[in-house]
Design a protein around this ligand. Sequence first.
Ligand SMILES: Nc1ncnc2c1ncn2[C@@H]1O[C@H](COP(=O)(O)OP(=O)(O)OP(=O)(O)O)[C@@H](O)[C@H]1O
Length: 216
Amino acid sequence: MKISVDNLKKSFGDRCIWSDIDLTFTSDEIVTIAGKSGQGKTTFLRCLNGLETYDAGTVAFDGEVMPVGTTDAKKIGMVFQGYYLFPKMTVWENILLAPLYHGIDRKEAEERAERLMKELEIYEEKDKYPKNLSGGQQQRVAIVRACMLEPEILCFDEPTSALDSETIDKLAQTMGRLKEKGMGMIVVTHDRAFAERISDRILHFEEGRLREEIVA
Ligand SMILES: Nc1ncnc2c1ncn2[C@@H]1O[C@H](COP(=O)(O)OP(=O)(O)OP(=O)(O)O)[C@@H](O)[C@H]1O
């Protein structure tokens, strides 16, 4: 799977956030995006996921140009910085909501949920409510939930910001396993050490442009 971004431009009102963004992402790599606060990194992920409109340019999934503000949940997914778990649903209900909504057979969805939750060591928490989980556990639930539709590329917004170093280590291992299974990732992060550890490529937003650095 390939995401091609061509000449993308985004403004809020009169203010141009970034422009002339040209690049591709593939499902066999982990790409991190760095850059100072307010450079438009989150906005960029939201544009790729159909959650935000843009002013010019195109986003294509495997050559198919996506209408602005739309997405394909089988191709791309997102783990949000605040996780956004539904507070009145158990972990299990949070995880099954999207696949059932998308018409996946319940038995198949439950099997997939169990497998992913065991892999991320969160299965024992399945009947708890999000507020009774630690930050790292909530994040793993959010990752499982985002993986349930098996997107080919998963985006993460600041995944390490609320985690201690041991949990960051586990997250890096999880990402490595997801990559081995053929999932690509686009990761916005301020954490340079984490970026260097997980990335095939590092991109920087700087003054409205996105430039690339090659990881040795
Ligand atoms: N809905 C919106 N309406 C108006 N301005 C917005 C909106 N969303 C974001 N912005 C502005 O766009 C700019 C980029 O925001 P964004 O959150 O994408 O940056 P970021 O690089 O992810 O920042 P951070 O690292 O602090 O999370 C900021 O100046 C922000 O205030």
